[in-house]
Design a protein around this ligand. Structure first.
Ligand code: 5AD
Length: 364
């Protein structure tokens, strides 16, 4: 009876705070299926059934930040540091274009020196030039995931041709944000970066980690409402996964893996039901916790997947959390495997298109 009432309400109302809380709190199988089905219906109605691919190029693990939870934090001396050459970054993006991926993500540790800024600017320009085809006259779409930068740097990269930027809030709670980061990083500075990105014209994405020690359901409800209030176009979020060399204080085994996985799926569904027309990624962290984690993400309302295309020889050095999957598969194997996974949940791949967020065009 409860599940039926929930289904009726989700069919006719956009969730309010109390409903978001109810969605995140339930662990009952019947209600979970109602939530999943409602989120999937909303996705199909507002975004269609295509999954958009973004080849993920993790081109450097050098980082000036010391986020307590992250395996490549600057104080972790156990990692070998690398930065790919411009040519290899461009070649990898070209491979993505030829595979029909339509978009790439340039991700790296955080750096703000002039040499880094220039490498990124040159990479963006070269990728735009060299991935042009009849189907993609402007080359592949490009998302940057390069952390906090000055408005001038964001502007330089936008001028160079990048058009999306993903900067996770990690948590919209100022208290939790402060517990996760050294004092040199601030909640306010991150929000200011997101606003600056929006003003410059980027399609803007953010996201949080789910199941952090000390995080409450109310914190997560606030995260989803924060996404709405900021008016973001894209969401990338996933479960928190402890890393041996970057352990947060508290019990690393709590909440347990299954709870965190379920919470992450419920967060995807809640975000889909509230925001409707944004792009939401089924992130790799979901697959680190469960073999079919990303497919589950798609079933709960996600519509973006970021196939791993980082050259295998450096992939192991870009370990943000323990248990990162696909470490030994080459990009070709990842492409084949992924397509099967997408079809297995009744969806199809959007080929040779940028696959932008529908939300972005409505707010223009
Ligand atoms: N568990 C889950 N996600 C993590 N990230 C970094 N470390 C972890 C971890 N231990 C995520 C952060 C960051 C993104 C690139 O990776 O949310 O923004």
């Amino acid at each position: 009876a409860n599940a039926q009432e929930l289904a009726d309400r989700l069919a006719k109302e956009i969730p309010d705070r109390a409903m978001l809380h109810r969605i995140l709190a339930t662990t009952e199988a019947e209600e979970l299926e109602v939530i999943r089905a409602a989120a999937e219906r909303t996705l199909l109605e507002h975004c269609g059934d295509t999954v958009r691919l973004r080849g993920l190029i993790e081109f450097s693990n050098r980082c000036v930040s010391d986020c307590y939870y992250c395996g490549i934090r600057r104080s972790n001396r156990a990692v070998d540091r690398y930065t790919l050459e411009l040519d290899e970054i461009v070649e990898t993006a070209k491979w993505c274009g030829q595979k029909g991926y339509g978009s790439v993500v340039l991700q790296s540790g955080e750096r703000r020196d002039a040499k880094f800024t220039k490498l990124v600017t040159e990479a963006i320009k070269a990728i735009k030039q060299e991935t042009r085809t009849a189907e993609l006259p402007d080359g592949v779409g490009m998302t940057l995931c390069l952390g906090e930068q000055s408005p001038e740097t964001y502007a330089e990269w936008y001028e160079a041709g990048a058009h999306r930027y993903l900067l996770r809030m990690e948590s919209s709670s100022p208290a939790l944000f402060a517990a996760l980061h050294p004092a040199e990083q601030s909640h306010a500075a991150r929000v200011a970066c997101l606003k600056s990105l929006k003003e410059l014209g980027y399609q803007v994405g953010t996201g949080v980690m789910i199941g952090l020690p000390g995080q409450t359901l109310d914190d997560l409800v606030n995260d989803v409402l924060f996404f709405r209030d900021l008016g973001v176009d894209m969401i990338g979020m996933g479960p928190y996964i402890p890393h041996e060399q970057a352990l947060l204080p508290g019990n690393p085994a709590f909440p347990d893996t299954e709870t965190r996985m379920q919470l992450a799926l419920k967060m995807i569904a809640a975000t889909r039901l509230l925001l409707r027309d944004v792009n939401i990624a089924a992130t790799t962290a979901l697959q680190a916790l469960q073999e079919d984690g990303r497919e589950q993400g798609l079933r709960f309302g996600a519509n973006v997947i970021m196939p791993q295309v980082t050259p295998p020889r450096v992939r192991r050095m870009y370990t943000l959390y323990d248990g990162k999957p696909c470490l030994d598969d080459n990009a070709e194997q990842c492409a084949t495997c992924l397509e099967g996974r997408i079809h297995s949940v009744g969806r199809r791949v959007l080929r040779n298109q940028w696959g932008d967020s529908a939300h972005y065009f409505k707010r223009q």
